[in-house]
Structure formats: structure tokens, C-alpha cells
Write a protein that binds this ligand. Structure first.
Ligand code: GLC
Length: 487
């Protein structure tokens, strides 16, 4: 407990805890406000909530923030959906594979605007069924969905009145999938958030990582922000019911100076005050959530709300050749690792141009769901480990982009907690029927296996730690078994 608090203090003090605007390396230099643009920095908000000094709502108190973030903190597990026109080329341009993540094909392949726009004719979405998307998420134990309402290719996946580069006007599908999803999410009791690429827009005159490649892209950034981004943001904030979006998920703030970002934030605060926003709006604005991408930081972000977003294979948007699927073990242990550090896991699916989530994804998600049905108490509504020793010393790993990142070296167990409970999540099951953890402040009075509460376990506790005995020889779950300690 103590060491985590100390770490939180050190990280916040050094500014490291807020440095998590994760954009691909190529975009990093462009995301700063330009030196020539006058910036209007808001006066620093009073630090009314020492645990969450960074927030999209200046000056809110701890209890206001806790209330605003409550559902999100309890949810722990969400589905990211990257779906758009890029699923038509599916990683290929002119018969050649294009390297990199699928939704970046227009940029990486330097595809001219008119050529890229013609892909929309193949975006049939003929198998799309909102109820299945939502059921797939629910079946996995996910509590929220965040879908790309518009990605960097500028294609609106909704019925926008702002331009014709949208799913209703430019594709044979002609329907608004966000509307259908909003209705289904409401019906099935799950939250729906919208990703919106507020800065990069390769078809409507927004910015472009690495520079533009087609004369037709040349455009004033302010004009794009005021005439495309802001009007569309108004649409996604108001056309889908008072509860939707539950989150707005910004990305890659290239050329997003403080003036532009403040104009966007003003729209949010006017139409949906206090809406949960991630930390990628840019221009010096604050978000509510850190967004480590494709990796799990060794200590999480103590004192901050955070969410690791991750792909199930190596791409966000559908690529027909990408079969590098993560194992169920990796997915479940990632979820446990993240929860044990107080974060959320936003796990991506990339439906194809017919609107089908790849079966490999559906299968894995169903299997995670089976684990969650038994062990979900150790995940939902929990906070970070009361111990910390189990994380081990940070070690180096390679993230989903091939970048070196620090990660936790400990791989034997994890822990989460909520009032009255400490959950021991065991990856490497002991062979001697005993499992010990370090000292715990409260007197433990009960222990049971979530997978088999009938097994009688015995407890001993002293100032050095807690030992649970009587564990079965065989792990109740080969990937992660949970002991629920009560106090
Ligand atoms: C990146 C990419 C993007 C993806 C996102 C998910 O920043 O630009 O394609 O949507 O990460 O976090």
C-alpha cells in the first residue's frame, strides 16, 4: 500500500503519470501546438482532488469525480471496435500488401483521395447485426463498447449532415450503425462510447501523420476543425440519446493546438458537461483517462484512471492476412494484470467489410466470458492490489508496435481488492497445496476458491503474511484461479 502511494507521488511529481498520450511514433513531433499559434491556456484548476489532479473537468471535487467515473471504474473490461472503409482493401492496395495497421492503409499506401473513396462502394456491411456485436461484447463479460464513429480516413460511420463521405451516403449499406448499436446497447444494458479522430482526417482537410500525399488534401486546419470536426462532434453528442456516447475517445492530436482543442472541449462541456474523455484531445487539454496503447505499464498509473487498449491480433482495422491472434492465456492474464494495477482493458475487434467480427475474435471473447462468469468478482468493481511485490521489478518487453516498453516481471500471481475482499489471482498454481502472500492490514476471516467454493481451505495469518492451505493439487483453472479472501 505504502509503496504504491509513494510511487504515485513520485510519478505525479515528475509528470510521468500524465505522459501517456500514445500516438504512433511517426506522429509524435506533430502533435505539439505550433509555436506560431497563440495559445489560450486555461488557468490551472485548483487541485481539489489530490488523487486525481488531472481531469477533463477543472476544479471538480473528489466526490464529483468519483461519481462521474464510477461506472467506468467498475466496468474494467470493454470492447474497442475499429470498423470502416479500410476493411474493404483489408491490407492490400493494387494487389500488394501494405505494411502496418489496417486502418492506416490510405496513409501508408499513399492512396489518393478519389481512389480511396471508391472503396466505400464495396463496404456492404450486409451481415452487420448490432445485436450480435453487443451480444459478443456482453458474452465476453465486457461492460462497454467504444466504436470508431470516424477514424483518420474521415469516413463517418454515422448519418452526418456535414458531408457525403459517410456510411449512409457513400456505401451500399445506407444505414446508421451507430443508431442501431445505441439502441441495442440500451436494450442489452451496456454502455456505448464513440471514438472520433478529431485531428487527423485524410479526406476532409484535417491533419495527416507524416504529411499529406495528395494535393486534394491541402486545406486549412482551422476550417476543418470548425466546419467538419465540431459540427460532427455535435452530431455524435446529440443524435443518439442522452446516455450516448458514454465516453468520447480522441486520438492522434496532430496539429491540435490549445485554441482548437479548447473550441472542441467547449462543445463537450456545453452539450454533455462532464462526459468522460480520454487524454488524447491534445493542445494541452486534460483528459480523464490515461491510454497506454498495446502495452501494460509495470505499475499502472497510480492515482489516475487508465485504460490499456489492445488488439487481439496485430491490427485495429480488419486485415485479411493478419492471423497473429493472442492466446486466451495472454488475454485473460492481461485482464488480471491490468485490473491488479487499477486499470481497464479495452480490447479491440476489427469487423470485416460485411460487418462480421472475425470468428477467431468471437471465439476468444466467448472463452474470456466463460472465465469471467466464474471469476468476474475478482475483476469488476475492484481496485489495485494491496500488495505490489507480486508485480516484480520492471523488465523490458516489446509492445504491439515492436517498441521496447517496461513491463512487470512477476508472472506467478496478481491481486485485486474491494471492501471486505482481497482476490488472489494465481497464474502458477502451487504444487504443495499452499499459497502465501505478504502482510495484510486486516484480519482475514474467510477463504474460498471462486471456481469451487465447496473446497475447504484453511488460513493462517501473522505480521509476515497470510497463508492459505488445503488447495487442490490441480489448478481449478489452468490460466488463472482465484482465491477470494474475506475480512
Ligand atoms: C493509434 C492509431 C489508431 C488506433 C488507435 C487505437 O493511435 O492511430 O489507428 O485507432 O491507436 O488506440
Amino acid at each position: 500500500m505504502k509503496s504504491r502511494q509513494l510511487l504515485a507521488f513520485l510519478l505525479l511529481g515528475s509528470g510521468l503519470a500524465t505522459a501517456g498520450t500514445n500516438v504512433p511514433a511517426v506522429t509524435a513531433t506533430n502533435s505539439e501546438p505550433s509555436a506560431t499559434t497563440p495559445t489560450v491556456m486555461p488557468t490551472p484548476p485548483p487541485a481539489s482532488d489530490p488523487n486525481h489532479p488531472v481531469s477533463s473537468v477543472p476544479a471538480e471535487t473528489k466526490s464529483q469525480r468519483d461519481a462521474r467515473m464510477a461506472w467506468w471504474r467498475n466496468a474494467k473490461f470493454g470492447m474497442f471496435i475499429h470498423w470502416g472503409v479500410y476493411s474493404v482493401p483489408a491490407g492490400y492496395y493494387k494487389g500488394q500488401p501494405v505494411k502496418g495497421i489496417g486502418e492506416w492503409i490510405m496513409n501508408k499506401g499513399k492512396i489518393p483521395m478519389t481512389e480511396y473513396q471508391s472503396f466505400a462502394k464495396g463496404f456492404t456491411a450486409d451481415k452487420f447485426d448490432a445485436s450480435q456485436f453487443v451480444a459478443t461484447a456482453k458474452n465476453a463479460g465486457m461492460k462497454y463498447i467504444v466504436i470508431t464513429s470516424k477514424h483518420h480516413d474521415g469516413f463517418a460511420m454515422f448519418d452526418t449532415k456535414v458531408n457525403d463521405w459517410n456510411i449512409v451516403k457513400a456505401s451500399p449499406f445506407k444505414r446508421d450503425p451507430l443508431k442501431e448499436l445505441a439502441e441495442e446497447c440500451r436494450k442489452q444494458g451496456i454502455k456505448l462510447g464513440f471514438y472520433y479522430s478529431q485531428a487527423q482526417d485524410w479526406n476532409n482537410g484535417g491533419s495527416a501523420a507524416g504529411g499529406k500525399w495528395d494535393k486534394a488534401q491541402e486545406h486549412s486546419m482551422d476550417d476543418y476543425v470548425d466546419k467538419t470536426a465540431i459540427p460532427q462532434i455535435k452530431e455524435i453528442l446529440t443524435n443518439y440519446g442522452a446516455d450516448t456516447p458514454a465516453v468520447v475517445w480522441w486520438d492522434t492530436p496532430i496539429d491540435m493546438n490549445n485554441e482548437r482543442a479548447s473550441r472542441i472541449d467547449a462543445v463537450i462541456q456545453k452539450l454533455r458537461p462532464g462526459l468522460i474523455q480520454n487524454n488524447r484531445l491534445g493542445g494541452g487539454t486534460k483528459g480523464d483517462t490515461e491510454t497506454p496503447e498495446q502495452h501494460i505499464p509495470p505499475q499502472g498509473y497510480p492515482g489516475r484512471d487508465w485504460e490499456t487498449c489492445m488488439t487481439l491480433n496485430d491490427t485495429w482495422g480488419f486485415k485479411k492476412d493478419d492471423q497473429n491472434w493472442k492466446s486466451l492465456e495472454t488475454i485473460i492474464r492481461n485482464l488480471c494484470d491490468i485490473a491488479s494495477k487499477g486499470g481497464n482493458y479495452l480490447l479491440n475487434v476489427g469487423p470485416d467489410s460485411h460487418g462480421e467480427i472475425p470468428p477467431e475474435s468471437v471465439k476468444r471473447l466467448a472463452d474470456v466470458g466463460a472465465w469471467m462468469k466464474v471469476n468476474g468478482d475478482a475483476i469488476y468493481g475492484t481496485t489495485a492490489t494491496p500488495f505490489g511485490e507480486e508485480l516484480g521489478k520492471p523488465t523490458e518487453s516489446v509492445d504491439g508496435y515492436g517498441k521496447k516498453r517496461p513491463t512487470s516481471s512477476g508472472n506467478v500471481w496478481r491481486a485485486t481488492q474491494k471492501p471486505g475482499h482481497v482476490y488472489l489471482i494465481i497464474f502458477q498454481w502451487p504444487t504443495d497445496g499452499k499459497f502465501s502472500v505478504p502482510a495484510f492490514a486486516h484480519k482475514i476471516t474467510g477463504a474460498k476458491l471462486l471456481a469451487n467454493p465447496a473446497v475447504k481451505l484453511t488460513l493462517s495469518q501473522d505480521d509476515k503474511g497470510v497463508t492459505v492451505s488445503g488447495l487442490p493439487v490441480k489448478a481449478p483453472d489452468a490460466i488463472a484461479s482465484v482465491i477470494d479472501l474475506t475480512y
